[in-house]
Ligand binder design. Sequence first.
Ligand code: 13P
Length: 247
Amino acid sequence: MKKQLIAGNWKMNGSLASNEALLKELLAGLNSPVCQIAVCVPAVYLMQCQKQLAGSAIYVGAQDVSAHESGAFTGENSVAMLKDIGVRYAIVGHSERRQYHGETDAVVAVKVQHALAAGITPIVCVGETLQEREAGKTEEVVKRQLAAVIHLNGHCISEIVVAYEPVWAIGTSKTASPEQAQAVHALLRAQLQAATSHADRIQIVYGGSMNAANAAQLLAQADIDGGLVGGASLKAPDFLTIIAAAQ
Ligand code: 13P
């Protein structure tokens, strides 16, 4: 059976000292987890976390990848560099990148292509804004975002992880209800099924104010295969509770 994936997205948080303490507490509290686990950390701390987590059940992920291979792209990190230091996952197309850095569906699709070519599993984020939801456009928006990725990566699309992150639920404490999230996950699953015969293997995870109290109910939904956890992944006891709720 497909395992669930619980991935923390630390966003722009942490320090050498706090990262070390957080990972130490996580490692000490892991109790034979049945799910896959990752922490997606700021690029500057990837090596620190990689070193501390070597040989453990927790994989390290990046929060973005460059859409270019190498060269004059100041400030960017290529997939080859990330692979070089042992990064296993990379978040791609997070709504904060789309919103604050102008990432389009086309750019996200290229980033996914680069990650897949390097053997890094992209966690591809899709999700609608509140305005889009209220206008009844949720299905249209998430399908458009995923379609761009499928179009460019058709033959290896079963290697991605999809994260449904409704923008209105991110950092707002307004979690999507299990039914709301499941409904969108089912749409995304159907879209993947039309593209590959391996769609059932693809982990579709939920993100947006997932926490220790609501994780179990979300993770029990048929098409929710894990979580992409922001704020609650910075508190070891909360992240451990979410991991324990996964299947
Ligand atoms: P929160 O869990 O803080 O709402 O963040 C979700 C998220 O954006 C994960 O990528």
